[in-house]
Design a protein around this ligand. Structure first.
Ligand SMILES: Cc1cc2nc3c(=O)[nH]c(=O)nc-3n(C[C@H](O)[C@H](O)[C@H](O)COP(=O)(O)O)c2cc1C
Length: 268
């Protein structure tokens, strides 16, 4: 399996040391890895022009920086692992820049069948919020989440991790969970929440005109207008009923809206 390790500290700090130790374990478990250091990437700040959302990511005015390469590495990986510091209860600014530049993936998700794992290095407080944030984002982009943990950091320029045995144990367990996920649970049955989000999105896209052509085309090409979920999977009875109900509900809403608009036209 291919691991993409994304290390997001702006300095050669403890996150880097943790990432290295993790990568050694990845190798010991007969997987391959690549480490990307966010500080080494050339990343322009998203200017909110919406070109990627409206027309497609290839229309981003900054296509020549490193975001495209990072995107391709994510798509190519089996597991994506973040080592990020907690900066002011969030990820450091440059990683947030990366997320914003890749935000078109919220509209056109593509990381299905991959595992995502995050470790947060911090001084004292707030790392769990950062974990939840990264997990939620990667979940929306399609990944299956393995819950990581908060690791002890330091304001000093430390190069040694604390309780080595404990840390390696945490890493080994996480790799074990990824192995399991990539083995038999790559394409799990979605939670009810995920299913609802999917059916609402795709039905709205089908029946309402607000969706962009590029998103519509993406859904069409993937066969998502008619499929049960983003990928082939089993839905139990309750989920099947729920899915159909949502499809019908959105269709009904769209029909009403069309009638309302045509009524307005006739009044004019
Ligand atoms: C700008 C900045 C903001 C920080 N905010 C927090 C914080 O909100 N909570 C916390 O526990 N530690 C915070 N820290 C401490 C870092 O998380 C800690 O130094 C960590 O070890 C940095 O990771 P690194 O060693 O990989 O660079 C902050 C540090 C900096 C420089």
């Amino acid at each position: 399996m291919k691991y993409l390790i994304i290390e997001a500290s702006p300095r050669n700090g403890l996150s880097q040391v943790y990432a290295r130790r993790f990568s050694e374990l990845v190798l010991e478990n007969n997987h391959s890895y690549e480490i990307v250091r966010v500080r080494d990437l050339q990343v322009e700040l998203c200017i909110g022009c919406n070109a990627c959302l409206k027309n497609g990511e290839e229309y981003c005015p900054f296509v020549r920086d490193d975001i495209g390469h990072l995107h391709d590495k994510m798509v190519d990986a089996d597991a994506i692992v973040y080592f990020t510091p907690n900066y002011s209860l969030n990820v450091p600014g440059k990683l947030k820049m990366v997320f914003d530049r890749l935000a078109f993936i919220f509209h056109r998700p593509r990381l299905f069948g991959k595992s995502s794992l995050c470790f947060v290095t911090q001084g004292v407080y707030g790392g769990n919020k950062v974990l939840r944030y990264v997990d939620e984002l990667m979940g929306f982009w399609g990944c299956n989440i393995v819950r990581g943990s908060v690791l002890k950091g330091s304001l000093d320029y430390k190069k040694e991790i604390g309780n080595e045995k404990e840390i390696l144990d945490i890493f080994s367990k996480a790799i074990g969970k990824i192995d399991k996920q990539l083995g038999s649970k790559r394409y799990p049955s979605p939670s009810l929440f995920k299913l609802i989000i999917y059916r609402m999105t795709r039905s709205s896209m089908r029946y309402f005109s607000e969706a962009t052509d590029v998103d519509k085309k993406y859904y069409e090409e993937k066969g998502w207008n008619t499929s049960d979920y983003y990928y082939k999977t089993k839905l139990n009875f309750l989920k099947k009923i729920m899915g159909k109900t949502i499809d019908r509900m959105i269709y009904g809403m769209a029909k009403k809206e069309r009638l309302r608009l045509s009524g307005l036209e006739t009044q004019k």
